[in-house]
Design a binder for this molecule. Structure first.
Ligand SMILES: C[S@@+](CC[C@H](N)C(=O)[O-])C[C@H]1O[C@@H](n2cnc3c(N)ncnc32)[C@H](O)[C@@H]1O
Length: 264
């Protein structure tokens, strides 16, 4: 590895396993979309992507930016690669999107903000596919289906916004330098570009799953009067004993509409 010490505060675990790098490239969607990478690091994944696609990479670490600028001088000159030195969450706050046109997000994400990044990508109207390395535990949550024990607010949102969401393969700690403490997975999500999520839906879901093993009606009672919950349950054919992980994303969506309209 270059003469650089990985910074924990930026979640730096550099992917060194060339077989894993190849498998990520083989998993890229077969389309003409632009690519955005978050956290190019030392550029190992970037080098492989830029052979096939035009791309922008967002990197927060100043030390890495100067390494990347010399490593990719030709690609930067030819405009095949744009390198943006910023915190990607600030870029999203400022612009609402990471690229002015349809793009796929491909990245080995910094784990400390991985969930946040995926949720922001769901809201970004230009992002079509997401292929990201994250902690296996979080990948299981995003790809879980109703009745799975991992089904949580993240699974509901992923199910609502996507046509497909699944784990492609797992990656062990030894594939990185330094190795992370946990097992990692590549998560693949293809969004349904016609779907948008109401900003308050996330808050509603958090309340629904606040105590995941309790009855959903109990969690909902922090938001809605018990009588109204019974009325909504009856209208939607929901059993009173149901637990938060047992109902589908479409029922959550219908329940949310009722709760929202009930408050107006
Ligand atoms: C897990 S490393 C991946 C590095 C490289 N892509 C690889 O696969 O070896 C995460 C990268 O994200 C960068 N990073 C961390 N927080 C960031 C942020 N808020 N915005 C942009 N990049 C960030 C880190 O500096 C690091 O380069």
């Amino acid at each position: 590895m270059e003469n650089i010490k990985a910074k924990k505060k930026y979640g730096q675990n550099f992917l060194k396993d060339t077989m894993v790098l190849d498998r990520i490239i083989q998993s890229m969607p077969n389309n003409n979309n632009y690519v955005v990478e978050i956290g190019p690091g030392l550029g190992d994944l970037t080098k492989n992507i830029v052979k096939y696609k035009e791309m922008t990479a967002y990197e927060v670490d100043t030390d890495l930016i100067s390494i990347l600028e010399s490593k990719f001088a030709i690609e930067l000159e030819e405009n095949k690669l744009k390198l943006i030195h910023t915190d990607v969450l600030e870029a999203w706050d400022a612009q609402g999107t990471l690229h002015d046109g349809k793009y796929d997000l491909i990245a080995n994400l910094p784990y400390y903000i991985a969930t946040n990044i995926i949720l922001r990508a769901f809201e970004d109207k230009n992002c079509e596919s997401i292929i990201v390395m994250i902690q296996k535990e979080v990948a299981l949550k995003f790809s879980a289906k109703p009745k799975d024990k991992e089904f949580s607010s993240l699974g509901v949102i992923a199910d609502m916004v996507s046509l497909e969401s699944r784990i492609l393969f797992d990656v062990p700690p030894e594939s990185f330098d330094p190795p992370p403490k946990v097992m990692s997975s590549i998560l693949y999500i293809r969004k349904d570009m016609s779907k948008t999520i109401d900003k308050d839906f996330n808050k509603f879901l958090k309340a629904c799953f606040v105590q995941p093993r309790k009855k959903l009606s109990k969690n909902l009672s922090s938001l809605v009067d018990k009588k109204l919950i019974s009325q909504y349950y009856e209208e939607l054919g929901i059993n009173d004993n149901i637990r938060p992980h047992e109902i589908s994303s479409s029922l959550y969506s219908q329940l949310y509409t009722k709760v929202k309209n009930g408050r107006n």
